[in-house]
Write a protein that binds this ligand. Sequence first.
Ligand SMILES: [Zn+2]
Length: 244
Amino acid sequence: MQKGSPFWKVVLREKYGVGVGVPLLSGGSTCPNYASRWWKDVSNLGDGDGLNWKSPAPSKVVVFTWKLLHDRIPTKRNLAIRNSLPSDSSLECVWCNNSVEDSTHLFLHCEGVSMVWCKLMEWVEFNFLIPPNLFILWECWNGAILNKKLRRGVRLIWHAAIWSIWKARNDRIFNNVDIDVEELLESIKVLSWRWCLGRLNLPACLFYEWNWNPKIVCCGDVDLLGCAASWWLFGCYGGALFLL
Ligand SMILES: [Zn+2]
């Protein structure tokens, strides 16, 4: 093993050849033709699709999202194409039963999911319509903000949304658990807040502060946040006390 070379790189190079894994997430394909499709996908993240994938979200979530945008996740439609479902299986969406479950419908156009995206965009103060596909949605989220810290924060929220939608879909299929729009929205906010605490290297914040304004939290302006949140709390509870 070479000095200073991470163990996982050595193992992967032994399996797939010299050069594999070096430019992970930084562009420039070095995958040999005989590498597995999975490894080609991971090694080529950000290469050739013009997308910047740097995100504070967990790497497994970033990889999942990349596969989603390239329509390589096991939706019912994709499983049917690969003959991985029994012939009599329903391909309809688990939530609306009104459309074939493909990536775009499941993560963007299913009615409840669209409502969740609209509420998320309202939360982060984005102002655009639900686009025709996930690529454009990703580009809108990235292009809407130039500030580097803010962009890291909204990418984290994007990834939390994708991950939460997929988990909710799997819970519906495998555990018969159904959640409504507000519950899904809340789970995205909670998950993104947890990731924010551990991954954004920002001053600790409470959930109600994150829920109040994630963009202020991402900028690290805690004083402004405390002031704004205090006024918000005063408005809610002060008004209630006044009525009592
Ligand atoms: Zn649906």
